[in-house]
Design a protein around this ligand. Structure first.
Ligand SMILES: CC(C)(COP(=O)(O)OP(=O)(O)OC[C@H]1O[C@@H](n2cnc3c(N)ncnc32)[C@H](O)[C@@H]1OP(=O)(O)O)[C@@H](O)C(=O)NCCC(=O)NCCS
Length: 182
């Protein structure tokens, strides 16, 4: 029988989810660029496809205004997601971006665990709903968000927030915008 601290038990433990610090930036970049390269090459037109997708300077700038979470499995960083709040005419809403889990570690609940932590944080911040947007061709992402209770926005609604309204104007075409009331 394996002991409590055996390697097997360590692997069987769920993912560790924690808030990222600046020290995690390189690891986050690796998770995003590796996963994006493998998943989006098939659906993004070649003239728009970037590989690497993101540069460290871009991520660093984003890190200044968003909170990032990381998911680790057996001490290896395998997933990430970012969260920010935005002022709208409905009050503060949350936005999740940069949701990525390395291909070899998907379908093990890491994405779900990352979203769960972010939803807890959103609750603490008094956010009324969370929005996400994705490429409709990313059927895996659409299934994932739908499983977690995210549903299509009413495309006629405007939030009076430029970032959000620009996305909703593209809803049903090049983007799907999904929301979940908290
Ligand atoms: C979307 C993503 C983050 C999900 O991460 P994950 O850790 O695999 O998700 P989970 O294991 O928590 O999956 C929860 C549920 O989502 C759904 N789901 C997840 N991946 C799916 C897939 N490839 N196809 C269909 N449904 C999927 C399933 O219902 C799954 O439950 P199940 O495994 O019990 O059937 C991951 O697929 C990913 O990184 N994809 C590439 C990057 C990307 O497209 N990110 C979204 C940008 S908007």
């Amino acid at each position: 029988m394996m002991g409590k601290d055996s390697g097997t038990d360590l692997h069987d433990r769920g993912p560790e989810i924690r808030k990222a610090t600046e020290k995690d930036l390189e690891g986050i970049l690796r998770v995003i660029n590796t996963t994006n390269g493998l998943f989006y090459r098939r659906i993004v037109p070649p003239e728009r496809f970037k590989d690497p997708f993101l540069k460290i300077e871009e991520l660093r700038r984003e890190f200044e205004r968003k909170d990032f979470w990381v998911g680790k499995l057996a001490d290896r960083m395998v997933g990430t997601a970012a969260f920010e709040t935005a002022a709208t005419r409905f009050g503060p809403v949350g936005i999740i971006t940069r949701m990525y889990v390395l291909p070899g570690f998907q379908r093990r609940g890491i994405g779900t665990a990352l979203i769960a932590e972010i939803e807890k944080e959103a609750g603490r911040r008094g956010v009324g709903e969370i929005l996400i947007w994705t490429d409709p061709k990313a059927t895996w992402a659409v299934s994932f968000y739908r499983k977690l209770g995210y549903r299509e926005v009413d495309p006629t609604v405007r939030y009076h927030n430029e970032t959000i309204d620009t996305r909703i104007e593209k809803h049903g075409g090049e983007l799907l915008v999904l929301r979940k009331p908290l």
